[in-house]
Design a protein around this ligand. Sequence first.
Ligand code: HEM
Length: 222
Amino acid sequence: MDEKPTPDDPCSYLQKHNMRVVLNMMFLAGSDTTATTMEWCCLYMMAHPDIQKKIQDEMNSVVGRNRLPQLSDKNNLPYTRAALLEIQRHVTMLPLSDFHTAGNEISLAGYCIPKGATIVPNLYAVMRDPISFPEPDQFRPERFIDENGEYFESGRVVPFGVGRRMCPGENIAKMELFVLFTHLLHRFSLVKPDDVARVTFEGIYGAQFAPKPFTTIFLPRN
Ligand code: HEM
């Protein structure tokens, strides 16, 4: 008989304890990642005032100054989306994603991967691959704009990982980043303080690659 497990069934995955751990995990994995990406966004905008201005000009013409951008504006803001995607590609905040274990022996591209082997997905190598992204070290949002001026996503920008265990928060993270990034640049310009000689992209490797503490000016826009 094929009975559906219930939350009270001790064999079910839907036990209270599991639910608590899953929810906890969603908050843990979902907070710092988005916040750190936003920190990088501030740094990239401060370092590239020309790109920041292009984003703000695009928002001026699509959204105007009388309301904040919203998710439904997304399709009309190709350059803004391209810049956000390029930040995620260029910074590669989780360069080695999460480690996994092969559940079974498998054969991949002629290699035998034994059961129990540790798998380290190298997202950095994928997102800095010069074949997929010519001059990969250059920060260039235009690489995600086609000849008709439309935004396109490359399947090789993989900040959320790949495969079955990829980030389950991808969609919510993309929405959060779009709203935070556009609201921020709609209201403020990020400016390098005069006493900062140059913007540095040095970061700290921990659970994720985070920028070193930095100073910026949030200049209110009219
Ligand atoms: C910019 C934001 C984010 C980035 C770059 C990111 C990236 C990633 C990556 C690379 C993984 C590992 C995937 C793998 O194991 O192959 C992961 C796992 C995970 N992420 Fe995210 N994430 C983000 C936001 C979020 C948000 C907002 C949530 C929840 C609301 C979330 C929940 C999780 C969870 C629960 C896992 C573990 C999944 C598992 O072990 O099967 N993430 N994330």
